[in-house]
Design a protein around this ligand. Structure first.
Ligand code: KIV
Ligand code: ZN
Length: 512
């Protein structure tokens, strides 16, 4: 019989640890809903003990998501575990994911604990967690660089205490597929009670092998859970990418012979939502979800695909959510058509009032742009700083002047806590002048570490989507803004980043 592979998504926890990728509770809820539509088995919603914001996000997700198991990370101590259990109270199906480092380097230098102390703490924490929730995952952080004998002792002990999933992370992305696969295999063979738990892989992408390592962990090692993130989002070079691992298992079912719950048609919507929310742009040549993933540029390829699709295509674009007809709505479209399109795109609005607000923004956009694409609608609903009165800073209007031979000048009107203010400045270009105009009033002192513009639907007629990454006092945030005018999009992105800088609460680092 075909085994089932569990897809554990950690976009909202490990993905969010990527500098600048932090999300608000509402953004996390929206993504969690999309992950549920994608039918991931487990959603790691956050690290409840790390901050009040994370606690509320895990709690909010646990209360609304019904079909996926909701999981919270926690360090191996009673306080973290109790916080996780409390946040998960409302979940239909809850999991506590507790972890402690087991490699000599991490134990000695980071934890300053002896291996015996780590073993005791691991056992104690699983015992404690097991009394609160039935579904317990234990991770041996930096597991792949741990000593085999010691790791076997830890894993055997935590399974005996009631851990139901054992995860062996390649925390620093050091593994090589064959070696990692064999590492998991050896562990499973040597741990006497290994059949009492599901084995899981969790790979980072520092050497570009996170997906290959995860697949080897499954094929050679016999793991039956893969931990991954949408678009491979994650610290440094990121985590194993969900869309790649899922489509590899599906496309090469002949080789893997595994079943999954995943509804692959929801992959592209999930990818876009995560990219637009975090401002982490998807590279055009990214497998499965990149703009060029199914584009055949060369004449030979086009000819082949027209004659017989499988000459050059191993997957069908529509099977992962790409649709051929991308123009969806225009200026004459009514509220019902708009609402229907939101539903088709998997966007769930909290209330009729929210739909009305989004519809008003849509009408405004349709007045300026005759063709509205799915990407425009997704950008519109994910834009949170713009005109949102509950935010500290909100965009109102902008005027700028630039002419060859003259220094550009901009005036930006925006609100600060609901009160309208105006900033004026000159700059090297109109964008620079606009952001300086905002800064002349706000005086945040933040350093800009990234500025990027992307045409949402390809041409110069499309909306520009701007990402601004700001750094201040060691905190890094991304702001995203979109508008047919890229200077306005830039101002919106800047204000959105300022809002995040204001509201981002301090949190404990998971692996710090
Ligand atoms: O990479 C890692 O080791 C982790 C653990 C906390 C599971 O993310
Ligand atoms: Zn990780």
């Amino acid at each position: 019989m075909t085994d089932k592979l569990i897809i554990f998504d950690t976009t909202l926890r490990d993905g969010e640890q990527s500098p600048g990728a932090s999300m608000t509770r509402d953004e996390k809820l929206r993504i969690a809903r999309q992950l549920e539509r994608l039918k991931v088995d487990v959603i790691e919603a956050g690290f409840a003990a790390s901050s009040n914001g994370d606690f509320e996000a895990v709690q909010g997700i646990a209360n609304v998501i019904k079909d996926s198991t909701i999981c919270s990370l926690s360090r191996a101590n009673d306080r973290d575990i109790s916080r996780a259990a409390e946040a998960l109270k409302g979940a239909n199906s809850a999991r506590i994911h507790t972890f402690i480092a087991t490699s000599p380097l991490h134990m000695e230098k980071k934890l300053r604990m002896s291996p015996e102390q780590v073993l005791e703490q691991a056992k104690q924490s699983v015992r404690f967690a097991r009394n609160l929730v039935g579904d317990i995952e234990f991770s041996a952080e930096d597991g792949y660089r741990s000593e085999m004998d010691f790791l076997c002792r830890v894993v055997e002990a935590v399974i005996a205490e009631g851990a139901t999933t054992i995860n062996i992370p390649d925390t620093v992305g050091y593994a090589i597929p064959e070696l990692y696969g064999n590492f998991i295999k050896t562990l499973r063979e040597r741990v006497p009670n290994s059949d009492k738990a599901i084995w899981s892989v969790h790979c980072h992408n520092d050497l570009g092998m996170a997906v290959a390592n995860s697949l080897a962990g499954v094929k050679i090692g016999g793991a039956r859970q893969v931990e991954c993130t949408i678009n491979g989002l994650g610290e440094r070079a990121g985590n194993c990418s969900l869309e790649e691992v899922v489509m590899a298992i599906k496309t090469r079912r002949d080789y893997f012979d595994l079943s999954m719950n995943i509804d692959a048609k929801q992959i592209l919507a999930a990818s876009r939502m995560v990219s637009q929310t975090t401002g982490f742009v998807v590279q055009p040549n990214k497998a499965v979800v990149g703009a060029n993933a199914f584009a055949h540029a060369s004449g030979i390829h086009q000819d082949g695909v027209l004659k017989a699709r499988d000459t050059y295509e191993i997957m069908r674009a529509e099977d992962v959510g790409w649709s051929a007809n991308k123009i969806v709505l225009g200026k004459l479209s009514g509220r019902n058509a708009f609402k229907q399109r939101l539903e088709d795109l998997g966007v769930q609005m909290e209330s009729e009032a929210d739909i009305n607000t989004a519809f008003a923004k849509f009408k405004e956009l349709a007045d300026r742009k005759s063709e509205i694409f799915d990407e425009d609608i997704l950008a519109l609903v994910s834009e949170e700083a713009v005109g949102n009165a509950s935010e500290q800073f909100a965009f109102v209007s902008l005027s700028q002047h630039s002419e060859t031979g003259e220094r550009p000048h901009a005036s930006v009107v925006f609100t600060v806590a609901g009160k309208e203010v105006k900033g004026d400045a000159e700059g090297n270009g109109p964008v620079d002048a606009s952001l300086k105009a905002i800064e002349s009033h706000v005086k945040s002192g933040a350093e800009m570490v990234l500025y990027s513009v992307n045409a949402i639907s390809g041409s110069t007629e499309s909306q520009g989507e701007v990402t601004v990454r700001l750094q201040n006092s060691g905190r890094v945030v991304n702001g995203v803004g979109s508008d047919p005018d890229i200077v306005v999009a830039s101002a919106k992105a800047y204000l959105s980043a300022l809002n995040k800088l204001q509201s981002k609460s301090e949190r404990v680092a998971a692996q710090g």
